[in-house]
Design a protein around this ligand. Sequence first.
Ligand code: SF4
Ligand code: F3S
Length: 369
Amino acid sequence: MADMNPASATVGEALARRGVSRRSFLQWCATLASMMALPVGMAPALAAAIGAARRQSVIWLSFQECTGCTESLTRSNSPSLETLIFDLISLDYHHTLQAASAEAAEAARRQAMQDNRGKYLLIVDGSVPTGNPGYSTIAGISNHDMLVESARDAAALVAIGSCAAYGGIPQAQPNPTGAVPVSAIIKDKPVVNIPGCPPIPAVMTGVLAHLLTFGKVPPLDDQGRPLAFYGETIHDRCYRRPFYDQGKFAESFDDEGARRGWCLFKLGCKGPVTHNACATRKWNDGTSFPIQSGHGCIGCSEAGFWDAGSFYKALSLPVSPVGAAVGTAAAAGAAAGVAIAWHNRQVKQAAKAAHGSVTVADLKKEEAK
Ligand code: SF4
Ligand code: F3S
């Protein structure tokens, strides 16, 4: 990765050198503050903290993955502020992006670990094969051993993408390599899960910004995901939600309902059980997201999404993995749609009141009452 600024520069100085105006940086911080559920007044503090931060040392390990997470971050059409800020970290080791190879690369990783003992951030994408140490190695070191060695002196770990967070596609049945997520191996350090196949670049940057600003990991849900980005389902904020509430569903991808932008639930949309920020943050600099492009959400940021049945089969449960059967409801049309929407709003309000957040676990607790 090109080093565009001296290591001694602060993030603010480096952004200014790249032509990012103070105004656009402040606007980005205001958006970030709102995404992270911080009071709007926190934006200047966020800007001050990020702007004054020195480049954070990051070691990025890639195990059983497709490189989509790195592509998501680096292959945007035009460099976004998120990309620039990620450029401005000190990416001391990254299999795909580093120029060094072989012994020199491993020496760089160990040097970075030694120079930043206890302070560096360890980012991992990809799952870890445990079936046989030889299934995936780097410089003759098994993924498992490299993870354990690199995590030892890290300040925190970030598991990027559904493979690192949950095992992902490598773990899909019959899981031939014995793939496990990072959190199954590292138990003595905070592991922030940023699932998605791939994750939204702004969410990755948001977590990094939180670490730089507050010096600690952001509040997480019971699956280690930042609540600010994964606290709600796609369905909670989907612009097609009014049609769901009215029981107006597209029956095929080319019918009148699809043309009118009706709800894609009956075509298999997994938005009701998928926690992610796609409906609000969107992709490609806020341009669109899968549902806006006419396809249902396939639940790529949830555990085991690959083995959760057909992407085109309607869920049997509404809004969350709890509640009344929607198969019946969808068939019954508008009245049932309204009833289910009402039912789920009650469960959600109760969960919020009782637990202060709405995670799958909170909903399950409320539904069980
Ligand atoms: Fe949107 Fe899917 Fe929910 Fe329909 S089911 S409102 S398309 S998230
Ligand atoms: Fe994935 Fe669904 Fe978003 S498929 S990209 S979580 S809309």
